[in-house]
Write a protein that binds this ligand. Structure first.
Ligand SMILES: C[S@@+](CC[C@H](N)C(=O)[O-])C[C@H]1O[C@@H](n2cnc3c(N)ncnc32)[C@H](O)[C@@H]1O
Length: 470
């Protein structure tokens, strides 16, 4: 251990031991504290320079490699390292699955402290790249230059960028030339917009002063081949707006839905914005097992469509439906799970907080000729109450797929009060899932667990659990 600078310590020849939360790997310092190190793989042996010291841990970066892990692979993406998107691209996919599975297991064991059955094998994604159906890029006139770019002879006097936020730097954007997460024409559209905007001097957003024209770009693709493009402008300039949208419409006639929004508020979220249609229709269609789902600019739809199908099949299998059951689908979104299981149920009731999502759910059920699904809007802890259950009936099976925070404790209590035979709990955060499972442990036994990978190259993992009444 040597000291290079007073605030920065260098630990020599440290073995990376584990892949920790948030995609950052873990090693042990000679003083016993944990060191969090990004962009390394368990098995690497490195010198680490710390840049943060806390009571129980350090954060540092690898400054020299002594040995490379056998689990390492060459990242396919030129932006790896600077871009925060695919932190595990340097680890082989089998090992990624190993750590995802381990994360779920550790959370259920350590936080849930419950008895667990043997896990069913984690389901990997067939597509390990180009699996996302939705990407959002940001414009900025404050481009982030990587060390490689700074050292190169290239002229970077044009500071305009269209790409992703640099982790922990809200005002810096990494310019992306090729992203491996969404199929083409995603890259082609983004790069064409950047080129056109530069050629025509359309101002990129300045995040510090809050000025400029071009703010964000969203691209959605579907397995049906349909494409949605939404350009977010910070200010209204009809001439420049028309120029860009017209260019897009002509250059990419395959765009099914071309939309825009003028958003001058402080943040760039779209949910409260008035979205305008420029060309085509205001939705695209996704298809799954013969069901068609319309997706508009604000709709939630699982971002890996192929793997969503696998996730839903596992959910339906865990639910063990025979055709006679009343099923509640809590946090139903646009009612996809509800409709997916509806053929095997007597009736399905979906509940969700976002009114637009429920409108979509109803529309989709109509489109799919499904008559045994009903959808209701509201905050779960308010809507899912005694009166609701008295009106719609006591469910035989509950499927629940809450957001990252998990279920509100009142919702858990309500489930325990009505005590359905089976609960299928789908989660994108096994830590909050574990907390909720612990609350249900007295009444329910966890009988099946199957993690599903929806997001290769990242540390994220979905988990499906079946709870059966004791
Ligand atoms: C992980 S998504 C599940 C979506 C859906 N099951 C699917 O597969 O497409 C969670 C959903 O919960 C909804 N939600 C979040 N908080 C809620 C609340 N307090 N009450 C009701 N729904 C809520 C979100 O709007 C979102 O649609």
């Amino acid at each position: 251990m040597g000291r290079k600078r007073t605030d920065k310590i260098v630990f020599d020849t440290v073995k990376v031991l584990d892949a920790g939360a948030k995609g950052v790997s873990v090693a042990k310092a000679p003083d016993g504290k944990v060191i969090f190190i990004p962009n390394v793989v368990p098995g690497d042996v490195v010198d680490v320079q710390t840049f943060k010291k806390r009571k129980s841990y350090y954060e540092g970066k690898a400054v020299h490699f002594h040995e490379f892990s056998e689990h390492r692979v060459d990242p396919v993406c030129d932006h790896f390292g600077a871009c925060g998107g695919c932190k595990w691209q340097n680890m082989n996919y089998d090992r990624q699955l190993f750590y995802k599975n381990q994360e779920v297991y550790n959370n259920l064991k350590r936080i849930g402290k419950i008895e667990l059955p043997e896990f069913e094998p984690i389901l990997g994604s067939e597509k390990q790249f180009f699996y996302r159906n939705k990407m959002e890029f940001s414009f900025s006139n404050s481009r982030w230059l990587t060390e490689k770019e700074i050292q190169s002879e290239e002229d970077y006097s044009n500071q305009n960028a269209l790409g992703f936020h640099i982790p922990r730097m809200w005002d810096k954007i990494l310019d992306i030339s090729k992203c491996h997460l969404q199929e083409d024409p995603s890259n082609a559209i983004r790069n064409a917009i950047r080129r056109f905007a530069n050629e025509h001097n359309l101002p990129f957003f300045n995040p510090r002063n809050h000025e400029g024209l071009l703010r964000t770009l969203m691209i959605r693709t579907a397995s049906t081949g349909e494409i949605m493009v939404l350009v977010q402008f910070f200010e209204e300039n009809p001439e420049q707006r028309e120029l860009l949208l017209n260019f897009l419409a002509e250059r990419f006639p395959e765009i099914t839905s071309l939309q825009y929004v003028i958003n001058s508020k402080a943040n760039d979220t779209l949910y409260d914005q008035d979205i305008k249609l420029y060309k085509g229709r205001d939705y695209i269609l996704e298809e799954m097992e013969g069901l068609r789902f319309s997706i508009n600019a604000k709709s939630f739809y699982q971002t890996n469509s192929d793997q969503a199908y696998e996730l839903y099949k596992i959910t339906r299998d865990f639910a063990g439906l025979t055709g006679n059951e009343l099923v509640y689908d809590l946090y139903t979104g646009t009612g996809t799970i509800a409709q997916f299981v509806s053929k095997k149920a007597r009736k399905v009731i979906g509940v969700e907080a976002v009114p637009e999502a429920i409108a979509d759910a109803k529309e989709n059920a109509k489109r799919n000729d499904i008559s045994n699904c009903d959808f209701f809007v509201g905050d779960m802890k308010v809507v899912f109450n005694e009166a609701f259950i008295a009106t719609h009936g006591k469910p035989d099976v509950i499927i629940t797929d809450p957001p990252r925070d998990g279920m509100h404790k009142d919702v858990v209590e309500q489930i325990l009060k009505i005590a359905p035979e089976r609960v299928v709990y789908v989660s994108c955060n096994s830590a909050t899932q574990a907390r909720d499972l612990a609350l249900m442990d007295e009444m329910y036994k966890v009988t099946r667990v199957r993690p599903v990978d929806m997001f290769p190259q990242t540390h994220h993992v979905e988990n499906v659990v079946l709870l059966e009444k004791r």
